[in-house]
Design a binder for this molecule. Structure first.
Ligand SMILES: Cc1ncc(COP(=O)(O)O)c(C=O)c1O
Length: 407
């Protein structure tokens, strides 16, 4: 009997089903190579990448490779608590130079965004001597126990994973509602921090209402509550400026960075006002791999790139092109900040958005959905993409809508 030859992708997908946990959701894409804003799968098929490894490639695939190669030959790991190394200190110095405010800062480096948020809350608790945190509707802050409690979507992130950390309260993105929470659920003298994304990412690319961050910061200052700015997805140049909070002109107390910070290697940072960060006694913060030398070498290259005025100018230009094309599609509400853009489809179910992302992949475009109802198509394209490839990707996106709606 003739046997059908399996493609390399099919073989790996079959092994993935056999050996990898079902809870890790995957698409059938099996990557062999990536460069800039392009990917190739193991069968040699080329894709335009509008996902950037889930927002981790703002400077493009391979951008930090040379810096990483140089570091590989020196040493891979020391553990900063055992033997210090300059790349870690250099990243903290750059985070201080790029801080969105006047304060002197200190930083701590970690492995993931969730670990960054966990540490920001830990630091806020020590600095204020208070237990509680306030998070917001549509928030996503990670998948660890504390960050699940802060996250605002049950399926799939929280479903069955409780009990969650107590002392986490939730408000709408509306200052009156924060007042309500402080009256109804928790006294302000019990609140260590608010944790808020400047543009909500997984929740559906929802920028904060223009006045809200300033109003929230004023309320926080009135009650001695710390403002934790979660820049894990919106930061490191994703919206144009290095930090998305710069659009709103307020200085946070703590800022958490991640994703694109490590240029593709796992790295997150907590940066904060010196007196807040230094409230924690020596030994209270750290971790075996946090601020790994390779990731730090990459981050130095990434931060120096995204701070350049040309990077921001190009990011803004890309944003205008994407926005114009999304608006011309007339398929739903286009929103975001700079090039961090998405379109929310009117139906509050995930099926149509999912048909679009599948059709896009079949045409050679890697695309992601998000949002409370899974009905938001978002674009996290590397911001180093050239016009020709961007136009190609946007053309494929348009065609994918045609395919999905014809199906
Ligand atoms: C805003 C935000 N915060 C925190 C996280 C968690 O980061 P990580 O997946 O690196 O733990 C994410 C991840 O998507 C995020 O988008």
């Amino acid at each position: 009997m003739a046997t059908t030859e399996r493609t390399a992708s099919e073989r790996i997908v079959a092994d993935r089903e056999r050996y990898v946990a079902r809870g890790v959701a995957t698409t059938p894409l099996v990557v062999a190579r990536a460069e800039g804003a392009r990917l190739w799968d193991v069968d040699g098929r080329e894709y335009v990448d509008f996902a950037g490894g889930l927002g981790c490639q703002n400077t493009g695939h391979g951008f930090a490779a040379a810096a990483i190669h140089e570091q590989v030959d020196r040493y891979l790991h020391q553990c900063f608590m055992v033997g210090m190394y300059e790349p870690y200190v250099e990243v903290c110095k750059l985070l201080d130079e790029l801080w969105p405010g006047e304060s002197e800062t200190r930083s701590l480096l970690l492995n993931s965004g969730a670990e960054g948020i966990e540490n920001a809350v830990k630091i806020a608790r020590v600095a204020t001597g208070r237990p509680a945190a306030i998070a917001f509707d549509h928030a996503f802050h990670g998948r660890t126990n504390l960050t699940m409690a802060l996250t605002a979507k049950v399926v799939p992130y929280k479903d069955g994973f409780g009990p969650f950390t107590p002392d986490v309260y939730r408000a709408a993105l509306d200052i009156d509602d924060v007042h309500r929470v402080l009256k109804q659920d928790v006294g302000p003298d019990q609140v260590a921090c608010v944790v808020v994304e400047p543009v909500q990412g997984e929740g559906g690319f929802i920028p904060l209402p223009t006045e809200f961050p300033r109003q929230l910061k004023e309320l926080c200052d009135e009650h001695g509550i710390l403002y934790v700015d979660d820049e894990v997805q919106a930061g490191v140049g994703r919206t144009g400026p290095v930090w998305a909070i710069e659009h709103y002109g307020i200085e946070p107390d703590l800022l958490v960075s991640g994703k694109s910070l490590g240029g593709g290697l796992p790295l997150a940072g907590v940066t904060g006002k010196a007196e807040v960060m230094d409230a924690v006694k020596p030994g209270g913060l750290g971790g075996t791999f946090g601020g790994n030398p390779l990731a730090c070498a990459a981050a130095v290259a990434v931060l120096n790139e995204v701070r350049a005025p040309e990077f921001r100018a190009r990011a803004e230009e890309i944003g205008m092109r994407i926005r114009a094309r999304l608006e011309a599609l007339s398929v739903g509400e286009v929103r975001g900040l700079g090039p961090m853009l998405a379109v929310e489809l009117p139906e509050k179910t995930p099926e149509r958005a999912s048909r679009v992302t599948v059709a896009a992949r079949e045409r050679g475009l890697v695309l992601l959905s998000c949002g409370m109802y899974g009905n938001v198509i978002r674009i996290l394209v590397p911001l180093t993409i050239d016009d020709e490839l961007l136009e190609r990707g946007l053309g494929l996106l348009e065609e994918a809508f045609g395919d999905a709606d014809a199906a």
